[in-house]
Design a protein around this ligand. Sequence first.
Ligand code: NAP
Length: 310
Amino acid sequence: MEHHELLILGAGPAGLTAAVYAKRSGLDVVVLEKGAIGGQITTTNDVENWPGIKQISGFDLAASLQEHAEYLGAEIRVTEIESLDFSGPEKIVRTDKGDLSADALIVATGARHRHLGVPGEAELTGRGVSYCAVCDGPFFRNEDIMVVGGGDTAVEEAEYLTRFASKVYLVHRRDRLRAADMLAKRALANPKIEPVWDTVVTAINGKTGAESVSVKNVKNGGEKQIPATGVFIFVGNLPNSEVFKGSGLDMDATGWVIADHATLRTNIPGVFAAGDVRVTGLRQMITAAADGARATMSAYAFLSELEKAN
Ligand code: NAP
């Protein structure tokens, strides 16, 4: 079976940074990615929070991360993981293009935003529809926008967005926010936030950008359109960790991978977790990249110990 010192699963900012650190440490590494190289950032229009670069498209930043890893000699293979075996000292990864094994492995498969699945959502993503207030909020100065969701994220981000927008409609499917009481009270006291209770989004409308949102009251069935040029959807995230179910890797009830915060070690010796897929307090590109560096250095220490023992 094809064997490597280190396998990195996922080629987002965490996985690609891990690859950069691995090559600079002289490790034999292969990165496996099933979708877009660069991960979630490839769908972000403008990135304005990557230190040192005032503005860059998510696509260009992803390309530069890939180029950097490949320049150092990292191989990035586009392939779908079918199953894993973490039961022995060698971690085995079965893919649609063959099986691989490794002495150490970094899980960096990321997360995805839960989507509403309504007409217009996919078409207008990056053109009014956003899943990241920090990334896209500044584009909506003095405009009327909408936040969808009632959890901590929706409420916190709605408040953050009032720095830019003239008005933020907070659309929630119930008449009570899920968010923590203190956050909820503060948001509802903000004069720029207008809650729209018991309401679901049925469509996002617009030609070149979002213009309005069709909504429906779930109690009385009433339908209307709310004008909004920005539609921020915060209805939860989902970890890309389905493939690890049954592998013995510790995950919480939703599937977020549990790793030690300092070393990023998981419960399985030689398996580390980095970036959005793990249980963490902040899911940003910069924190994912930092995780990638730390996970590789922990993997490096693990591999050095292994070498000494053999
Ligand atoms: P969340 O707690 O899962 O909340 C998701 C919200 O979206 C809920 O209000 C839910 O409605 C709504 N929702 C789900 N699916 C929907 C759909 N299809 N259509 C419309 N609405 C839908 O997600 P989150 O707010 O991203 O928070 C995730 C975790 O991070 C939570 O544990 C949260 O406490 C934590 N967090 C903490 C902080 C903080 O402490 N400062 C900040 C952010 C996040 P229902 O309420 O009706 O289910």
